[in-house]
Design a binder for this molecule. Structure first.
Ligand code: 13P
Length: 252
């Protein structure tokens, strides 16, 4: 059975006291109302991860990092290792977000190293894929996503691939207010699931959680999540406001 996941990617936002308040609000809401079978994940910036893992302990809310080094340890000034994340009980890590690809030139090959190191340290990668607008307009979106998955994930053995979560985030929908239509999301999610079946097997394909990300909000979440192959969301802007984030969680 695949998991339904709603993950909040806070990106580079919030001061310490604001992060503290937001984590508390989310935990309080889940304690009171439950999460309706949804695995709730919050991905704050690095300095707040330990605060988040402390507050969420035993509360049905899990913590993810937004990035990780591709190296084990040593002289890599400014980097954060998978071992460090594991040592503060971080469960997930976003890998390959389009902002990392664009602003930090992270290639598919480089991202495959980050996926490997996460799995080695028992951190679940939330691997992001998705096309830019020109690629969609020229009809190349399926090839782009296939290439991203092939070069960063499909080298994994089945036992490791099974642990990975995929997030389809069309770049043109991120932070733009333009969300993919329900049909566009479902179509790409089926395409991804079929690729997984071709590379592994039907069972693994069925069990892989494929999240949608890109201008997902309380108004459109229900329709997006109603698709049989959309197993949750990776939420940016709307995860920064507790009320909006609950509404998205409650859309399942
Ligand atoms: P928005 O929800 O702000 O469009 O961001 C999506 C995203 O990039 C999540 O990783």
């Amino acid at each position: 059975m695949r998991k339904i996941i709603v993950a909040g990617n806070w990106k580079m936002n919030k001061a310490f006291h604001e992060a503290d308040d937001l984590v508390f609000d989310i935990v309080k809401h889940i304690d009171k109302n439950g999460a309706n079978g949804v695995e709730v994940v919050i991905c704050p910036p690095f300095p707040y991860l330990e605060l988040a893992t402390d507050i969420t302990e035993n509360d049905g809310v899990f913590v993810g990092a937004q990035n990780v080094s591709n190296q084990e340890s040593g002289a890599y000034t400014g980097e954060i290792s998978a071992m460090m994340l594991k040592s503060i009980e971080v469960k997930y890590c976003i890998v390959g977000h389009s902002e990392r690809r664009k602003y930090f030139n992270e290639s598919n090959q480089f991202l495959s190293e980050k996926v490997n190191i996460c799995l080695k340290h028992e951190i679940i990668p939330i691997f992001c894929c998705g096309e830019v607008l020109e690629e969609r307009n020229s009809g190349n979106h399926f090839d782009v996503v296939k290439n991203q998955l092939t070069e960063s994930l499909f080298h994994l053995e089945a036992k490791d691939f099974k642990k990975v979560v995929i997030a389809y985030e069309p770049v043109w929908a991120i932070g733009t207010g333009v969300t993919a239509t329900s049909e566009q999301a479902q179509e790409m999610h089926v395409f991804i699931r079929n690729l997984i079946e071709e590379n592994y097997n039907k069972r693994i394909a069925n069990d892989t959680s494929i999240l949608y990300g890109g201008s997902c909000n309380p108004q459109n979440a229900k329709e997006l999540f109603a698709n049989p192959d959309v197993d949750g969301g990776l939420i940016g802007g709307a995860s920064l406001k507790a009320d909006d984030f609950y509404k998205i969680i409650d859309s399942f």
